[in-house]
Design a protein around this ligand. Sequence first.
Ligand SMILES: Cc1ncc(COP(=O)(O)O)c(C=O)c1O
Length: 362
Amino acid sequence: MNALAPRPGILDIAAYQPGNPLAGGPTKYVNLASNESALGPSPRAREAYKAAAAELHYYPDGGSTRLRRAIGAVQGLDPERIVCGAGSDELLTLLARGYAGPGDEILMSEHGFAMYPITTRSVGATPVMVPDRELTADVDGFLARVTPRTRLVFIANPNNPTGTMISADEMARLRAGLPDNVLLVVDSAYAEYVVRNDYSPGVELVDAGDNTVMTRTFSKIHGLAALRIGWAYCPPAIADVLNRLRSPFNVGTPAQEAGIAAIEDVANVDKARGHNDVWRPWFEAEVAKLGLKPFPSVANFSLVEFPADEKHSAKAAHAFMQARGILLRPVGVYGLPRCLRITIGTESEMRTLVAALAEFLA
Ligand SMILES: Cc1ncc(COP(=O)(O)O)c(C=O)c1O
């Protein structure tokens, strides 16, 4: 008798490691490990979430119709070309399922988001890593690795965990250099934090053809990570594919209602961006004063390099902070063992962290 076995490749997946607190430590953490919002969601989103409690016995609107309309209205996009998902993670997986399979290759950058290789392997395809140039996605490197097997490119812009971005012109050059039958997925999870004027989340590339998708999330600047809401802006044929593949009720009613309130509260988004614009540069400057190396970021987190000596290493810093109830993200799995990724939290969290770093280095 043959034993039951999962499909080939599934057991090659290294399961995603979330930045959750370990059991047995302090119960109250300063959590700067998961790039969540420093200030939390719009109060209106909380109210909308609570109000949805009266409707819990009904299935949600499977098409997320009002949420898509709200996103479309705020972003100036056609709601028919938007597909909502249980986090952008779900949409990334559906895109891989829709467009790649065994024998196919999916390109991603060396220090790209950890879900890309997982998603790639989950559909039986092969992840192909493209080396970064100065911790930044290298367009020429991507183009050099295209083969007849390449079906899809995942690129986060800004990238997690490096915090770097490529310009709209560079992204357009990537699209122009890829064959037409390769899907480009521009993952713009941190788009709202970017204040540089050479940046674009990718809408114009989606509009320009039929082979580029932009994904976005409510987990970052909108502060709704617990609710799992993402959205993709797609050419119509790709929206159709996603709608065929997704589960019929993939975004719950409380999530849809809170999402509508969150995206319509533009002032709250501006406030969150403003907070980040003050405290990320402040943090990077303080860290540099302590003799550590922060890589300049355009998102709501910073990648910080620690000394090579064991006593002051990233590993030692992580353990030291964890014992004090401060959670930072080790990025060894991203091939950056000397660094920690640190989310920009509240003012008091950042001051607490900087004081603890000074103590650690003393
Ligand atoms: C680059 C990037 N893409 C996608 C996601 C997933 O976000 P979501 O919560 O929408 O699934 C994250 C979350 O950290 C991310 O960093």
